[in-house]
Design a protein around this ligand. Sequence first.
Ligand SMILES: Nc1nc2c(ncn2[C@@H]2O[C@H](COP(=O)(O)OP(=O)(O)OP(=O)(O)O)[C@@H](O)[C@H]2O)c(=O)[nH]1
Ligand SMILES: [Mg+2]
Length: 434
Amino acid sequence: MAQANERPHSLMSQLANGTQYRPEDSFVAVMGVTGAGKSTFISRLAGDGAKVGHDLVSCTRDIESFSFRYNDSTIHLIDTPGFDDTYRTDSDVLKDIVFWLNAAYQRQIRLSGIVYLHPIDKNRMTGSAYKNLRMFQKLCGDASLQSVVLATTMWKNIDEADGIKRQEQLKNQPDFWGDMVHQGSRVFRHDDSRASAMNIVTYILDQRKTTVLQIQRQMVDEGKTLDETSAGQELERELIKQRKLFERRLQEAQDDMKEAIEEGNRKSIEDAAAQQERFQNKLNEAIKGSDDLRVSMEELLQKKDAEFKRVLENVELEKSRSQEEAKLVTQQMQELDLKVKASQAETEDQRRRHQSEIDEMSIRLAKESNDNQVTYQEWLSVERARMGDQSDRSSFREAFDGQTGAAMGQAVGAAVATGTLILGTVAAAACNVM
Ligand SMILES: Nc1nc2c(ncn2[C@@H]2O[C@H](COP(=O)(O)OP(=O)(O)OP(=O)(O)O)[C@@H](O)[C@H]2O)c(=O)[nH]1
Ligand SMILES: [Mg+2]
């Protein structure tokens, strides 16, 4: 088509020049009804980036991608909004999901798998849960079902035995999960832990294959408009049902109005007018929803250009952030290694210093002991000469030996104590370093 050249700043040119993902990067989409725990699941693996909802309204409104490192590759988890969103029509949600899937496909991004979450604490397959599941099945198509993980969440909110019974029912009923399981989808119980989320993603990655979804083939390869695709037709059927319902309700409100006018009852007239307005709005919404589906991928691209750029930029940002984190950890480890080495060198230095102090002290003590001996010899010869009396000499000698011996004993004792203190200091220094 000619549009690519006519819009030089469009997504098409961006795609042509865009970053190529590494072949080892993997993409896993996370889908499911609003409040099923999609963002929480993602945050268990990729950190707190994904916004988790804590009230009754839908939380994730835009499709976003969050990354984490696994072995030597980067895993990108795609967070999606659920149908029956508090703020947006199903057509808008479908267009968003379809847009992302197709734009990614055009950019050579292939999904390794899709995790579909279902809250087990919902006591039955409600209308909205069932609609969500049907849409999901039509988006994927039978050929991709082997790459689908159906995982139940919210186990802490329910009695164990009830949960098991419900999961069995989901697996066994053909129009719930039965047919999908039969065609290769796997059922997991997700207990809200990181290990459990990792187990699911590892199962997908271990299959070592990627898949092309039915919606990608139909819109990108076959050039169909959204209303011509299986997912679009599924939603169209739903919208026709809604249209019929609101037409009926509007007719009833108009009948009520006629009756109220005939009766002249002002309050009833006001009530009927409010009802009329309400159902007319709902009807218009359903009609608009159907019109919105008549859109080609090219038109979706034009409308979503800016948004798509933002999503891809986000993917890039997450990718470089996780690379930065890995770099930082390596740097910190190197710094730590240097510190340990420096501290080992300092300990060795201290040990050497203390050893030389001990050596010096030993030499000094030996010298002192020698000096004492010399002094004694000198004194003895002086005394001998002075007294000249052999008999008294031995008593003098004993007396002198006693005094000098005690003095020497004290000196050696002090030296030993000092040596012990020094050795103690060396030992303590070594402990501090360790
Ligand atoms: N008990 C339990 N609570 C969970 C689990 N997963 C999510 N929650 C809680 O359920 C609420 C909704 O979770 P989200 O992760 O925002 O759900 P979501 O599917 O992303 O919702 P939307 O963005 O609105 O489509 C939050 O309060 C979570 O803390 C789980 O496995 N068990
Ligand atoms: Mg969410």
